[in-house]
Design a protein around this ligand. Structure first.
Ligand SMILES: *[C@@H]1O[C@H](CO)[C@@H](O)[C@H](O)[C@H]1NC(C)=O
Ligand SMILES: *[C@@H]1O[C@H](CO)[C@@H](O)[C@H](O)[C@H]1NC(C)=O
Length: 507
């Protein structure tokens, strides 16, 4: 026996053990997030039998698959900012899109994963769509994004993405790393470069060596229940499927590059928000806020190929990554008088199957997409009910530039002008004009069609959900906590006892 031999003095033994422990602790430990842009459930592993996504299906075989994962906000920049900070949009300050005239940025006082882990000596990289700022909050050691490249080259050219991942890994040889591979696929592009098709499915068709485009017959595609049943929508979805083939093959290339790192790497696959169809992206309905989530943990191979219905939020990703790296979650000093801790929880115990259902609710908070689309909403969802509080219910719900010119929406507009049937499960008026409170029973009404908020039998459920939602708004310091019928006063004389002062607007 090694430890019995007299030659090993106590001193030597202690040193030997210390060395051993140190070596374990210094073992590289990495995280990769693969993010799709407006990616939905058009994935074989999620039950779509038409689409061919062998690479995502392979990733699912070495992952735990989440069937009830939600973004907290249904818009690109706010969702990315929430994912990277672990804070809802109303806390991190990214209220709408980052680019151009929209001009939103997170507050300088906010901490993000890339900023925090970098301070702990972990190398950070981003390849593809960044779409968040400022640089102070979202710094990366290695950054190949739309800020220094044409977006399609870093977000849709899978050969180029593969080479950039290779470069990042080579340069990270001696350290742990955090890498965000942020595809621009399968985002629409019809509003910016219509010549490439509604989903950019024709872009690079002969010029991306690693892409074998897969074409789909519009008659074969599976129309989501919430999309109008029209020929235009079928053609739109067929184009989306073709672009998903590029994303899927890109995921395969990234996983191949990671081959020798997988023993030490936690890999996520998810999306920023729902698909860009009517009632999808920019909405807090299931169709706009439920996202795919695969988590591949080398430390719990028993979880591979399993599924869970546990409720999780993309706000849980940041605490998960801090736990993985054994770094304490940052305390946020947004308000000089108060410390704010991250509202999410690590999902590692769910992956390790230590505990089942840990959250009774997930929470959602949305304000804008494009700067013209002010439509603040707050929502709470349990396994049974969803309550949406629309803070601007007297305005029509906005439609973004990208969706408006899509084949699906253009066809709807044409039908409206010609007074033809939309073949949709709701009317356009119902889509534009929403009640202040929407309460849905998700078990009997998964499409969220029958609003129960004004039905007296649901009073207690409504009251309870409203109360839980307000508690969360308070905990996350939501500036809209008194909206829309009162004004929040929390400075000056109200500094120590913030109050909602009523507008008396029930005129
Ligand atoms: C990694 O460490 C080795 C040995 O110290 C060194 O030769 C090599 O240049 C380092 N690589 C990088 C990318 O820092
Ligand atoms: C994609 O990237 C590769 C590698 O950088 C390049 O050779 C190719 O021309 C690019 N394709 C397109 C369509 O730009």
């Amino acid at each position: 026996m090694l430890f019995c031999k007299p030659i090993f003095s106590n001193f030597f033994l202690i040193n030997f053990l210390a060395l051993f422990v140190e070596r374990i602790e210094n073992k590289p430990n990495n995280v990769v997030i693969i993010l799709a842009d407006d990616g939905g459930f058009e994935i074989g592993a999620y039950g779509n039998k038409i689409i061919k996504t062998p690479n995502l299906d392979n990733l699912a075989k070495r992952s735990k698959l989440f069937t009830s994962a939600f973004t907290s906000v249904s818009s690109c920049s706010p969702s990315r900012a929430s994912l990277l900070t672990g804070l809802p949009q109303h806390t991190n300050g990214m209220y709408g899109l980052h680019q151009g005239v929209h001009n939103f940025n997170s507050l300088n006082s906010i901490e993000s994963i890339s900023k925090v882990v970098k301070q702990h000596g972990i190398r950070t990289g981003i390849i593809g769509k960044k779409h968040v700022g400022p640089e102070l909050v979202y710094p990366f050691d290695f950054s190949e994004t739309e800020e220094n490249n044409p977006i399609n080259q870093v977000g849709r050219n899978i050969t180029n993405i593969k080479l950039l991942v290779r470069k990042f890994l080579k340069e990270s040889a001696n350290s742990s790393f955090f890498l965000l591979v942020s595809f621009h696929d399968p985002h629409r592009c019809g509003h910016i470069t219509p010549q490439f098709g509604p989903f950019c499915e024709k872009w690079g068709i002969d010029g991306i060596p690693d892409w074998n485009p897969i074409k789909y017959d519009p008659r074969d595609v599976i129309l989501p229940d919430f999309v109008p049943n029209t020929q235009s929508a079928r053609e739109d979805v067929a184009a989306q499927y073709q672009t998903i083939s590029r994303l899927d093959q890109g995921v395969g290339l990234v996983m191949k590059e990671l081959e020798h790192y997988l023993e030490d790497t936690l890999v996520f696959y998810t999306s920023d928000n729902g698909i860009p169809f009517p009632r999808g992206r920019t909405n807090l309905y299931e169709s706009g806020s439920k996202v795919p989530l695969l988590v591949s943990s080398p430390k719990s191979t028993e979880s591979w190929g399993t599924k869970t219905n546990d409720l999780v939020s993309l706000l849980d990703i940041a605490p998960t990554i801090y736990e993985w790296f054994r770094i304490p979650s940052p305390v946020i000093h947004r308000n000089p008088h108060k410390k704010l801790s991250l509202p999410g929880q690590s999902i590692l115990p769910i992956i390790d199957d230590v505990i089942g259902q840990t959250r009774d609710y997930v929470y959602l908070s949305h304000n804008l997409h494009e700067v013209t689309m002010n439509y603040p909403m707050r929502a709470i969802r349990s396994n049974h009910y969803k309550l949406i509080h629309n803070l601007a219910s007297n305005s029509p719900f906005g439609v973004d530039q990208d969706l408006y010119v899509s084949p699906t929406w253009m066809d709807m507009m044409k039908r409206i002008r010609k007074k033809e049937n939309l073949n949709w499960f709701i009317t356009l008026k119902q889509y534009y004009y929403r009640s202040e409170f929407e309460l849905y029973d998700l078990i009997v009404d998964p499409l969220e069609k029958n609003n129960l908020a004004s039905k007296p039998v649901y009073d207690e459920i409504l009251y309870n959900l409203k109360e839980q939602l307000l508690k969360w708004q308070s905990k996350t310091e939501d500036p809209w906590i008194c909206s829309p019928h009162a004004v929040l006063e929390d400075k000056g004389s109200y500094k120590y006892s913030p109050q909602c002062l009523p507008l008396h607007d029930d005129l």
